[in-house]
Design a protein around this ligand. Structure first.
Ligand SMILES: Nc1nc2c(ncn2[C@@H]2O[C@H](COP(=O)(O)OP(=O)(O)OP(=O)(O)O)[C@@H](O)[C@H]2O)c(=O)[nH]1
Length: 423
């Protein structure tokens, strides 16, 4: 997931002349979106003061259409001028008012009722989430790219653009943090169809969704784009509401798939990868190590006398110990190495591109840090130790590597525990 390179926007400004509605909305946001500070005021004047005071820190302004000291929809326009996305609140919405609201480039509008409240909370949660996602816009028209970029940035997405298919394919091959591609099918050089086919060789539709876009109202185009592997399609004449709905629906789907994958591949207690994740990825690393002549080592690690921890302090204390050990492992093992809890109190790590000395030093640091870390229990603090068996790979397959590391671990246990033995 891409890292933010700026401070996250951490405030929401609610502006409405109904104190009751304002309070209910502010309280709902405070309890359901804990990461945000909520400011709630009744007038344009107070809102403007806060916008200046916390310039650059508002994620959105949520405003009623009518305020005592402002013309209809004026607060929405002010938010836009301040480059803060605006969300409109209304009691009723006829076609004329809807148009006035949409003309202020709001990101959405909601009714002032129970459903509306929940919809606002969902949108705010989504805006926070969007900051973590990067969208690639591919279109040969710089004007159109800029238009899409502005719409997406208003929803706090990170946006990058490419003007040709070749450029898009190159960007995708170099970065692994793009969440969605918006692709014009008509491009100079490599066509949109070819771009989608290339993308699908590298990513499944669940890994990297593509929304095809066309300026031509030809009915054949959507079918062809979808058949090539795009997840969705829209004509360029879309309304802003349609655009946001399609993008957000696709992102919701992507995130649900990622959450399911995470749940399937992560150990619930420690947050480390589990066996299901470990084995295929370990085999990939071995293949890569052979092809690219990268050094590799595998270590099995096992908490000492763990049964005693459970028997003496209880199963919950045992769980706490597992979490503390896992946290130490996470802290000292690089993200490019493969770390997993294989089951019970047994962990495994595969180091790549490190010398045997560096692997031993890293494991020794982990051993010492675990020995010296307190596990806070309700009555007292305890600590545990860990034994380790390391096998530096020559040409062994995964099974043999693990057996060798296990034998070394067995020796570490037999020689008094709390130590590292190399096979
Ligand atoms: N609390 C807790 N205990 C677990 C979990 N998974 C396995 N265990 C316990 O881990 C203990 C493992 O004990 P043993 O395999 O006998 O080994 P040990 O006591 O660590 O002894 P040595 O490995 O020889 O140092 C058993 O008591 C299991 O019940 C878990 O998720 N939580």
């Amino acid at each position: 997931m891409p890292r933010l390179n700026r401070a996250p926007r951490s405030r929401i400004l609610v502006v409405d002349n109904s104190m009751f509605f304002r309070d209910v909305l502010a309280e709902t946001l405070r309890t359901q979106v804990k990461a945000l500070a909520i400011d709630s005021v009744k007038s344009r004047q107070e809102a403007c003061q806060l916008l200046q005071e916390h310039k650059g820190h508002y994620l959105a302004v949520i405003s009623g259409l009518m305020l005592e000291d402002a013309a209809e929809c004026e607060m929405l326009a002010i938010a836009l001028e301040e480059q803060v996305p605006a969300i409109a609140l209304t009691s009723s919405l006829d076609a004329e008012t809807r148009q006035k609201v949409m003309d202020k480039d709001v990101i959405d509008y909601f009714f002032k009722d129970q459903d509306g409240l929940q919809d606002v909370v969902s949108l705010v949660t989504r805006l926070l989430r969007n900051e973590q996602h990067k969208i690639l816009v591919v279109d040969d028209s710089p004007t159109y790219c800029t238009y899409l970029k502005v719409l997406l940035q208003r929803q706090h997405y990170q946006v990058i653009s490419a003007f040709t298919g070749e450029e898009a394919v190159d960007m995708l091959s170099r970065s692994n943090d793009i969440s969605l591609v918006l692709l014009d099918y008509q491009l100079p050089g490599m066509s949109g169809y070819d771009v989608i086919r290339r993308i699908r060789k590298q990513f499944t539709s669940a890994q990297l969704p593509v929304i095809g876009v066309s300026g031509q109202m030809d009915q054949q185009i959507p079918a062809q784009i979808l058949k090539c592997g795009a997840n969705d399609f829209m004509y360029k004449g879309f309304t802003v509401e349609e655009f946001y709905s399609r993008i957000n629906n696709m992102m919701d789907l992507l995130i649900s798939v990622r959450e399911l994958q995470d749940a399937a591949y992560k150990d619930f207690l420690t947050g480390l990868h589990n066996r299901q994740y470990f084995y295929p990825h370990a085999n990939t690393l071995i293949k890569q190590s052979d092809e690219e002549h990268i050094s590799m080592g595998l270590a099995m690690m096992d908490i000492d006398h763990f049964k005693n921890v459970n028997d003496t302090y209880g199963h919950n204390a045992g769980d706490e110990a597992l979490k503390v050990v896992a946290d130490q492992l996470k802290e000292h093992i690089r993200s490019e190495d493969l770390l997993a809890r294989l089951g019970g109190e047994e962990f495994c790590v595969i180091f790549s591109d490190m010398t045997p000395d560096q692997m031993r030093q890293r494991l020794e640091t982990i051993r010492q840090s675990i020995e010296n870390t307190d596990i806070p229990l309700s009555e007292q603090n305890i600590s545990v130790t860990i034994s380790m068996g390391l096998c530096i790979r020559q040409s062994e397959d995964l099974e043999t590597l693990m057996e060798n590391a296990d034998q070394a671990l067995y020796q570490a246990k037999a020689s008094g525990r709390n130590q590292l033995v190399q096979h």
